[in-house]
Design a protein around this ligand. Structure first.
Ligand code: TYD
Ligand code: MG
Length: 450
């Protein structure tokens, strides 16, 4: 008899005909679950492909087809607006504001074409109450409380909406599969079928995905490969700021960010994030340095805070928030070996203020400055900004787009900028800001504490 079930890893989607304790693909234990095999694909499909080769210039669609929702922070992260037929996944911790963000943006989009918001987690009444709080009153926004994929697709066919939101992909299910909603095969199948509709009918679709404890979108990694755009909505429950980050975008640059503030009346755009992130900076305090970081096409000034203190244990601690731990350990070693600060026996804590995450090597010089300032207990000059990549030999390397970073600093009243000497070529700084090119970490510290 033919086998009717298969074991699927609920972490990565790996499949095996027999049960295994450990997934050979992602190495996780106890993740394989038994699921029924379905033959919805392949069989019964027309073998004749419909596509025909086209000349590049004959292909329909231009950059102008993008639809802006009018929330500039959201449009920018999408690459300049919503692309017809695009399929986007929005992930984030529970309660971070995914439903709020999508309700606010879909209501704006519903002004140009009818939109359908499928709420598979909350009742339509709950969504309406939220909409009232947000002051959203779009005439052509339709709500549907439904968890069955077949029913959803049927309603989409009837209504023919211009935009579709499914909140969330883990709570809907197809009757073609026996496994529970949220399991890998359900998520994969539902997303696949929704995507066919999005692409086939050109309906821009947003799906919400929950995030597991380790921070990735629950369900197969495959989901991220399938969709056009993956956005993460991040933030700290303790801070009102939320950052929308594109980690994958077939229609724009990745690492674009949108900054929002969660208020009583929903999410408000933050057009000047630098001002916000620097608002509570303690001027004249040792251990605080401001870096000019580039997030996508946008420069943002953020404060780095370091605390270096004598360790009471044999192994000193290295704790970082908002910045890569290994990168900081490396920079501590550079300070020790190349600059001669003795940090190896010290506990080091480093925090990026405001709940921001810095992934750019250009922040290296800021880390060096904050660490040295705390260690020497000497504050940095308050109106000085730094950026630059630091190598293992202690050399300071040029970074991309220095002019953008300097302009943002000048706009916010900084009057001195330490930057890689290699970045000075052909630079025309705005008036009021003095540029100091440095070649090594040591030179940078001399320049800072002069
Ligand atoms: P929600 O959009 O439901 O989060 P998610 O869909 O990601 O789970 O947002 C829930 C949180 O947002 C909740 O803790 C309350 C807060 N919130 C506000 O502060 N102001 C508002 O206007 C709304 C709608 C929510
Ligand atoms: Mg929600």
């Amino acid at each position: 008899m033919k086998q009717k079930t298969i074991y699927t890893c609920q972490q990565c989607g790996y499949q095996s005909p027999k049960w295994l304790g450990k997934c050979p693909d992602c190495q996780k234990w106890n993740t394989l679950a038994e699921e029924a095999i379905v033959l919805t694909r392949g069989k019964g499909r027309s073998p004749v492909p419909a596509g025909k080769p086209q000349r590049l210039h004959e292909v329909a669609g231009t950059e102008e087809d993008r639809i802006r929702c009018g929330i500039a922070e959201f449009d920018r992260v999408l690459g300049g607006g919503v692309v017809p037929g695009s399929f986007a996944l929005i992930g984030g911790d529970p309660g971070i504001g995914k439903s709020t963000l999508l309700l606010q943006s879909i209501a704006r989009l519903a002004e140009s074409a009818p939109a359908l918001y499928v709420t598979a987690e909350e009742s339509t009444r709950q969504v309406k109450l939220r909409a009232e709080r947000l002051g959203v009153a779009a005439k052509d926004l339709f709500l549907l409380a439904e968890t069955s994929l077949e029913a959803i697709l049927e309603r989409v066919r009837e209504l023919g909406p211009g935009f579709l939101v499914v909140d969330s992909i883990q709570t809907i299910f197809t009757s073609a599969l026996e496994s529970a909603p949220g399991s890998v095969s359900q998520v994969r199948e539902c997303a696949g079928r929704l995507m066919q509709v999005a692409k086939g009918d050109g309906i821009p679709t947003f799906i919400v995905g929950h995030v597991t404890k380790d921070g990735s979108i629950a369900g197969p990694r495959m989901l991220e490969h399938m969709v056009d755009t993956v956005l993460y909505f991040e933030g700290d429950a303790g801070h009102p700021y939320r950052i929308l980050r594109a980690v994958k975008n077939r229609f724009g640059s990745t690492n674009e960010i949108g900054v929002f503030e969660m208020k009583e009346s929903g999410l408000a755009e933050v057009a000047n994030p630098s001002e916000l992130f620097l608002a509570e900076r303690p001027e004249g305090a040792a251990g605080s340095a401001v870096v000019s970081s580039l997030e996508g096409s946008r420069p943002i000034l953020v404060e780095l805070q370091a605390l270096v203190s004598g360790s009471s244990f044999g192994t000193p601690r290295r704790t970082t928030i908002g910045i890569d731990h290994n990168r900081v350990s490396l920079l501590v070693a550079v300070l020790e070996k190349k600059v001669g600060l003795s940090l190896l026996s010290q506990d080091v804590f480093l925090n990026v203020a405001g709940g921001v995450r810095l992934d750019e090597p250009a922040a290296d010089l800021g880390v060096i400055a904050a660490l040295a300032s705390s260690h020497l207990n000497r504050p940095l000059p308050p109106r000085t900004i730094v950026f630059g990549e630091v190598g293992l030999a202690g050399e300071v390397r040029a970074v991309s787009r220095p002019e953008l970073r300097i302009n943002e600093a000048a706009r916010l009243g900084f009057d001195r900028c330490l930057l890689p000497a290699g970045n000075l070529k052909n630079l025309e700084p705005p008036p009021g800001i003095a540029l100091v090119g440095v070649r090594s970490a040591e030179e940078a510290l001399e320049g800072m504490f002069e």
